[in-house]
Ligand binder design. Structure first.
Ligand SMILES: C[S@@+](CC[C@H](N)C(=O)[O-])C[C@H]1O[C@@H](n2cnc3c(N)ncnc32)[C@H](O)[C@@H]1O
Length: 250
């Protein structure tokens, strides 16, 4: 277990630099790799009640709202939620933001949301088992949970400018530090992630009666490949995995 509050402090400290990274189009792994595939998988959300879990400063939350969903975004970082709310005040999309730990969603009644999304965050949520069981509780029967994570078989971090494996072994849980140090960041920062196997995630889903219906290993868009040749590595090795599961309470 991490020292209580330390992961949250990292994200609070990272908030300003994270916002700059995400909102200024510098996060091309999001824009040209993960988002196109994830939103294609999610499909039509018009009129849907959606919870965006660990929403950060709300970039993808706003995309869901612009597509016509009624969205609530939650994150445990007070700073990121404050920045998300500021954006909502400037450009009103009807999003409701709350500071909440993903492992404790008692603020929401059971069987409430049609869809829960969790974009590239489950690997950062320490108590992922409780988070997944809370997701299952707040979903309607047949509701969907769609999440993306760095691919657990190929997680890498940058050490001294070189890409290297995040953990020494695949089997077994491990905690690792992600040093966000790229030149395109306004200021470097570090965060903590938790390696788990695909079996760990799928077991937690299964225990909560969330049945996996689809899995996508996204490929970069053509435009992304033209603009950012670094994305070519994602044609050889999947950087992330997107999972859709459906609650079946029957
Ligand atoms: C890599 S960021 C992704 C944010 C957002 N989903 C996006 O796509 O921009 C991971 C997020 O997980 C949040 N997070 C980590 N642990 C959490 C927890 N236990 N409860 C709620 N949010 C958490 C962090 O504050 C951070 O905003």
């Amino acid at each position: 277990m991490c020292k209580k509050g330390s992961v949250k402090k990292e994200w609070n400290d990272a908030a300003e630099s994270w916002v700059d990274f995400v909102r200024k189009g510098k996060d091309y792994y999001r824009d040209e790799l993960n988002n196109p595939a994830t939103f294609e998988l999610i499909g039509d959300v018009r009129g849907r009640l959606i919870l965006d879990l660990a929403c950060g400063e709300g970039y993808n939350t706003r995309i869901l709202a612009r597509k016509g969903a009624e969205v609530t975004g939650v994150d445990f970082s007070e700073k990121l939620i404050e920045l998300a709310k500021r954006e909502e005040a400037k450009d009103k999309l009807g999003i409701c933001y709350r500071v909440l730990d993903a492992a404790d969603l008692k603020r929401f009644s059971s069987s409430h949301f049609d869809l829960v999304t969790c974009f590239m965050s489950l690997q950062d949520i320490e108590d992922y088992k409780r988070a997944i069981s809370e997701v299952a509780r707040v979903l309607t029967n047949r509701g969907r949970f769609v999440f993306s994570i760095p691919h657990p078989c190929f997680e890498t971090i940058i050490v001294n400018g070189k890409r290297t494996s995040a953990t020494r072994r695949y089997f077994g849980a491990a905690k690792y530090t992600v040093q966000w140090k790229m030149e395109r960041l306004a200021k470097p920062f570090k965060t903590t992630s938790f390696h788990r196997t695909l079996t760990d995630y799928f077991d937690a889903l299964h225990k909560s009666r969330l049945f996996v219906s689809r899995l996508v290993e996204p490929r970069p868009t053509r435009r992304g490949l033209r603009k950012h040749p670094q994305l070519r590595e994602a044609l050889l090795i999947p950087q992330s995995v997107i999972v859709e599961s459906i609650k079946c309470a029957c």
